[in-house]
Design a protein around this ligand. Structure first.
Ligand code: ADP
Length: 938
């Protein structure tokens, strides 16, 4: 009984039930096994310690039970040559759950002893080996010399013996089984109960007598569903199995327990499976412990989470820009976030624990304070908007009952309110603008549905804005107009930023057609979100009408202008040609006729010149009016220019016994302007001064001040009547008119002068006193504001030509000297002029004259001419064409071709020079002018 006593656990331990350390199972068995001379042992995997019976230690050659024994102690005793095999089978046992082995041990007393070992492994819920319980028996009959056959023999012998022992004593077996705290059942191959211990009876209320011989399924049909039946069948196939935890209600007590079953095959002496042994553990305690642990864990998690949440909330409250504070039922601050502290102008520490009413008596007086009281009394949330004094802003306040008081949360609404105000103002502006605009303003959806229509829409669409909203705009137009509009608006879908402008003609049956100017663009609420299309439509029917009229008027004006130009061109040609002839004839006659006719000839010449002058003035005026006369500026000395003009008038002044002089504050006055214009202006003023002065002097004064130069033409003449002064610069105005006219002139000179001065950016004015004299003052800038590139040489050349022509007209005779050897080709179709010119040109060389270009060209191909004078208006081939033909002959590469024409309207000169002529001389010209030009070019 030493074994039983030794193995028994204390009553304390027993209470713990089927704990892994509990050797209860072994209590009864131990006695049986002791009797069968079997050593019993139990290995605890966690510590490696082995609890043994005395018999176990005796088999190992000890007389008494050893105080401690661990795996190493057992291992030490295994015969070295068996160690590898034993270790291998041990490892397999950990997997299979069963260990059977035969090997030799070296006993403590030095003897060698063959033993048989059999053991089962118990696992924990997670399937980890927890304990191993086994028996060993001595194989006395084993012959050391035949270990292989002896091992088999030993096994069968030992098994036989142990099973025999159990079988032989059924009562004994029952006793053993009944003493086990766990339920133990044994099934036969048909799963009929063959053993049922007391623990099972107590747990189920079914006695062994009631159950032995009955099939498991018959008694516990639910086991099929719980999968236990399957485990039993598998155990019958040789597996060692463990079920999961299953709940079980103890019928006797109604208590819910948790059980776990271990099933192992039950072998007979021959190793045949004859049934299944089941051990049913009560795992409730472990289960509860586990559940407890889980509960504890989840509580811990919940606590941590709550703490985290609280931390989070507090962090949020600390960082939000809204004010938040809490007070208890006595109005004492329990929490104040930084924003609230800032708002209340106290630190949180100062406020915590203090009574709100005492700290802030003014708040208490505030009309909103009753909301706090209300929330505190009713314990219901309150929400309101509060206006800060002095229009400083708005707050949205929410009060929540919380714990022992209330929480006050205040959000600054000022920006939102201001934005709302701005929005309202903007809406109001939009309304006022749209309602007062004569334009029709419509907001539509892309489908055409009208969201908004301004009152002005009524006039066009025939409905009030209220009636229009919700209707489709496209249906308000005739289909073709609507189609155009729709297509244009489609573009807005692809290019949202686009602004569309279109004009739409709408025909309305029975009514006047209208024309609309439509502008459309998307209305953006956000950068990439449109809320509709804004259309502004303006009735431009009348404007269109006016525009049409204007276009027509312009067309007409242009037509008239062309007519005028061609009229001027023809006139120019028709007047200049006979004048040329007249002057040339007079010139020739002057040399031939007796003196008594000379005066008459001079009168003819003067008359012709005046006619040419007047016509020149009319042309110049036309030229200025059409602003076709281009200004070409260059740098020159104004003093020298004035001197040159005075020189030209010297003769005339002397004739009238007048002093003609210049007075300048500088010897040289550089100026950058058009010398042609200046020449004309000066000539006109000096001409008049001499003309209207009978005695005294004509003085030209030049004074500069900064960038300005003043030219004053002063005379001591008849003066101008104050009444006439305002009209002085008007066209065709002369002081003495009608038959009583005292002086010659067209009355155009000053009008042209004024326009020219103004064209140069200057001014002209006059002061005069009848009988005393007149002063004409021209003011000019020495440098113009804008600067243009120049073609100096050509300009100078033209200026020279002008000067020459003027001199010829004034003096009558040129002084041509020419070399006889020069060959001149003349083409002129006018039968009157040609012989004259021929005669004239003989001064410079040999002349071949032709009346048409074809004949001239033919001759030009044969003869090398030194210069060609070409009329422009010729029969068949024009002078221009002939010039181009000449240019194509390389002999004429360096031969000057001069255009000689009555085409003398503005722009003609430029036109001919550009076409390729080397020079241009307008008819009428003085004979000497022509000779000079030819001499210059030859
Ligand atoms: P015209 O070519 O006939 O001279 P103008 O335009 O040059 O035309 O002059 C217009 C009129 O202004 C002249 O007829 C004359 O009455 C008056 N007038 C111009 N210059 C002077 C002057 N220096 N002294 C007096 N009268 C003048």
């Amino acid at each position: 009984m030493a074994l039983a006593a030794e193995m028994r656990m204390s009553s304390e331990d027993r209470k713990t039930g089927a704990q892994p350390q509990d050797p209860q199972l072994l209590n009864g068995l131990a006695m049986a096994l002791d009797a069968a001379q079997l050593g019993i042992w139990e290995l605890d995997f966690a510590s490696g310690n082995i609890r043994r019976s005395l018999r176990h230690d005796q088999i190992f050659g000890y007389d008494t039970l050893q105080p401690t024994w661990n795996q190493m102690d057992s291992w030490r005793h295994i015969r070295p040559e068996d160690k590898a095999a034993v270790e291998q089978s041990y490892k397999e046992a950990l997997v299979t759950g069963f260990w059977r082995a035969h090997f030799y041990i070296d006993r403590n007393d030095g003897k060698s002893q063959p033993i048989t070992l059999s053991a089962s492994v118990l696992y924990d819920v997670r399937g980890k080996p927890e304990r191993m319980i086994g028996v060993i028996s001595e194989d006395k009959d084993i012959n050391r010399d035949a270990p292989n056959s002896l091992e088999d023999l030993a096994r069968s012998e030992a098994l036989k013996r142990s099973q025999q022992a159990l079988r032989q004593n059924e009562h004994f077996t029952q006793t053993v089984l009944n003493s086990v705290a766990d339920g133990v059942v044994v099934y036969d191959r048909d799963l009929r109960y063959v053993a049922w211990n007391r623990a099972m009876s107590m747990a189920t209320g079914i006695s062994s007598e009631q159950i032995i011989g009955r099939n498991v399924q018959e008694v516990f049909p639910q086991l099929l569903a719980e999968g236990v039946l399957d485990l039993l069948h598998r155990a019958l196939q040789g597996e060692n199995l463990r079920s999961g935890d299953r709940p079980f209600i103890v019928p006797a007590t109604g208590e819910k327990i948790w059980i776990q079953s271990l099933f192992s095959p039950h072998f007979d002496a021959d190793g045949e499976i004859i049934g299944v042994v089941g051990i049913i553990h009560n795992v409730t305690e472990r289960r509860l412990a586990e559940e407890n642990l889980i509960k504890l864990k989840s509580e811990e998690i919940a606590r941590v989470q709550a703490e985290e949440a609280q931390h989070k909330i507090s962090t949020i409250l600390q960082s939000i820009t809204d004010a938040f504070f809490a007070i208890d039922n006595n109005f004492r601050f329990t929490y104040v976030n930084p924003r609230a502290a800032q708002f209340l102008r106290r630190s949180a520490d100062e406020m915590l624990g203090q009574d709100l009413r005492e700290m802030f008596p003014t708040i208490v007086e505030h009309e909103d304070f009753h909301y706090l009281r209300k929330a505190m009394e009713t314990r219901a949330p309150v929400k309101f908007e509060s206006r800060l004094p002095h229009n400083k802003g708005w707050l949205a306040i929410r009060i929540y009952p919380s714990g022992e008081g209330i929480s006050i949360y205040s959000h600054d609404l000022t920006r939102q309110k201001r934005a709302e105000d701005r929005l309202r103002a903007s809406e109001e502006r939009f309304r006022v603008v749209t309602e007062n605009s004569p334009d029709i303003i419509v907001v539509i959806e892309p489908s055409g549905l009208i969201q908004y229509a301004s009152p002005s829409a009524e006039a066009l669409l025939g409905y009030s804005p209220e009636e229009l909203e919700g209707r489709n705009l496209f249906k308000k137009f005739p289909s073709d107009a609507s189609h155009t509009l729709r297509n244009n608006l489609l573009l807005l879908m692809y290019e949202p930023e686009k602004k569309i402008t279109l004009e739409l003609e709408i025909t309305r049956p029975g009514e006047q057609d209208i024309c609309l100017d439509i502008r459309a663009n998307n209305l953006f609420t956000h950068p990439d979100e449109t809320s509709g299309i804004l259309l502004t439509m303006r009735d431009i029917t009348r404007a269109k009408h006016h525009q049409k009229e204007l276009v027509e008027a312009r067309k007409k004006a242009e037509q008239m202008n062309r007519l005028k130009s061609s009229l001027l061109a023809n006139m120019s040609h028709e007047i200049h040609t006979p004048l040329t002839s007249l002057l040339a004839q007079a010139n020739l006659l002057a040399a031939e006729i007796p003196d008594k006719y000379r005066d008459a000839i001079e009168r003819i010449e003067r008359g012709a010149r005046r006619l040419a002058d007047t016509f020149g003035s009319v042309l110049a005026l036309a030229q200025l009016e059409g602003s076709a006369l281009g200004i070409e500026r260059e740098s020159f000395d104004l003093v020298r220019e004035v001197q040159a003009v005075l020189q030209e008038h010297e003769k005339a002044a002397r004739r009238k016994n007048l002093t003609l002089r210049i007075k300048s504050d500088h010897k040289e006055i550089p100026i950058y302007t058009d010398p042609l214009y200046i020449d004309r202006v000066l000539n006109s003023l000096v001409d008049n001064a001499i003309k209207f002065t009978e005695q005294g002097e004509v003085l030209i004064e030049l004074t500069t001040s900064g960038p300005q130069v003043e030219i004053i033409v002063r005379d001591t003449g008849i003066g101008i009547h104050p009444e006439f002064l305002p009209q002085l610069f008007d066209e065709f105005r002369q002081e003495s008119t009608g038959l009583s006219r005292m002086h010659e002139g067209s009355g155009l000179g000053l009008a042209i002068t004024k326009r020219m001065v103004e064209a140069l950016g200057g001014t002209i004015d006059v002061t005069s006193e009848p009988g005393v004299g007149s002063s004409f003052r021209v003011r000019l800038l020495t440098q113009p504001v804008e600067n243009r590139s120049l073609q100096k040489s050509r300009r100078r050349m033209l200026a020279q030509q002008e000067a020459v022509s003027r001199r010829i007209l004034n003096n009558g005779n040129g002084n041509g000297q020419s070399k006889r050897t020069n060959r001149v080709l003349l083409v002129e179709d006018n039968e009157d002029i040609r012989p004259l010119l021929e005669q004239l040109l003989k001064k410079v060389g040999e002349v071949d004259a032709f009346s048409n270009a074809e004949a001239a060209l033919e001759c030009a191909a044969r003869t090398n001419y030194d210069i060609v004078l070409m009329d422009i208006s010729l029969p068949k081939m024009s002078g221009l064409e002939a010039m181009l033909k000449l240019r194509s002959m390389h002999e004429y590469d360096n031969v000057a071709v001069i255009a000689m024409t009555g085409h003398a309207i503005p722009g003609d000169r430029e036109r001919f020079l550009q076409a390729g002529f080397d020079a241009y001389i307008a008819k009428p010209f003085a004979p000497s002018e022509l000779v000079s030009m030819v001499e210059a070019w030859i």
